[in-house]
Design a protein around this ligand. Structure first.
Ligand SMILES: *[C@@H]1O[C@H](CO)[C@@H](O)[C@H](O)[C@H]1NC(C)=O
Ligand SMILES: *[C@@H]1O[C@H](CO)[C@@H](O)[C@H](O)[C@H]1NC(C)=O
Ligand SMILES: *[C@@H]1O[C@H](CO)[C@@H](O)[C@H](O)[C@H]1NC(C)=O
Length: 279
């Protein structure tokens, strides 16, 4: 698993990773807003190098800008995408203006993403390429999975609404075929309330006896990177709604979980590569 790139919850970055995968022969697959290009090339120096050597690469002006979003481990404060302005008096909150800015950065900006990435731990480890995997940050606040099966069969016959409910999934409704470290997951399933973490759902993760996608156990396989979000307040109920009542068991090859409030820096206008499923 060490070679498994940890990804952050920000779709901008995710988009970049995808682009790298499909980049083999054509820069036209880089479909990013102009403003994002310097950050993209800074994060993927190999692609930047390829571009610099390729006469047909149209992005030469964006190759050498020293920029970073702010979650990268080596990102300098003055090079990051934005430095929180924090207007107004800091007194009463923190000692200095800088402390006010770094607090904002750590709690509501890319600093938060950086911390989540640092915390990522493997909870279910693949042994072969087709296997599933699951990794989460502390308290299961953010998870990333591959080849994960979600079984929504029970929801189809559920009468009561699921908003703010913690029994949307039950034992075995989520799982994968991998080496499952259940004790590690249980240890982190300690923030059990509806919008606090993915604990209420992930605590039911089970090791499957076979590979769900290979064995055809899923009614639908979603191959595009997929975010499942918990959306605060009245919109929470769209998270697990089933669009097509004949679809019950869904496999997701690239799963990311997030809370909407934590990915406010992602610009959804640009997520063309994704199918976003609001279950
Ligand atoms: C690159 O992609 C564009 C648009 O998809 C296409 O028109 C062009 O032929 C491609 N070039 C190569 C070398 O594949
Ligand atoms: C999905 O859940 C339903 C209802 O609990 C169960 O009957 C079925 O066996 C499950 N399917 C799989 C593949 O786990
Ligand atoms: C629902 O899914 C089934 C099976 O994939 C498909 O045959 C049917 O057309 C779908 N219905 C709608 C309304 O999308």
């Amino acid at each position: 698993m060490k070679n498994l790139k940890t990804l952050n919850m920000c779709t901008i970055f995710l988009l970049s990773v995808l682009v790298v995968q499909v980049l083999c022969d054509n820069f036209s697959t880089i479909n990013l807003p102009e403003e994002h290009l310097p950050y993209y090339f800074a994060n993927f120096p190999k692609v930047a190098e390829k571009c610099s050597k390729d006469d047909d690469c149209p992005y030469k002006n964006n190759l050498n800008a020293e920029k970073c979003w702010g979650y990268e481990y080596n990102c300098k404060w003055n090079k990051q995408y934005s430095i929180p302005p924090c207007p107004g008096d800091h007194k009463g909150w923190v000692k200095t203006k800088y402390a006010q800015q770094t607090t904002f950065y750590a709690q509501a900006d890319f600093g938060y993403v950086k911390q989540q990435l640092r915390e990522m731990r493997v909870l279910c480890e693949p042994l072969f390429p087709d296997d599933s995997s699951l990794e989460c940050s502390e308290h299961l606040r953010f998870c990333r999975g591959r080849n994960i099966m979600l079984n929504f069969t029970k929801l189809a016959s559920r009468e009561e609404p699921i908003r703010y409910k913690m029994d949307v999934l039950s034992e075995g409704d989520i799982g994968g075929y991998c080496d499952f470290y259940k004790d590690k997951l249980d240890e982190n399933a300690d923030h059990i309330s509806p919008l606090q973490s993915w604990g209420p759902e992930m605590r039911y993760f089970t090791r499957l006896n076979r590979r769900p996608i290979v064995e055809g156990d899923c009614d639908v396989v979603i191959e595009k990177p997929t975010f499942i979000m918990k959306i605060d307040a009245s919109m929470y109920n769209i998270m697990f709604c089933i669009h097509n009542s004949s679809i019950y068991k869904i496999c997701i090859t690239n799963l990311f979980t997030s809370m909407l409030r934590k990915i406010k820096y992602c610009n959804f206008k640009f997520i063309q590569h994704f199918k976003i499923n609001f279950f």
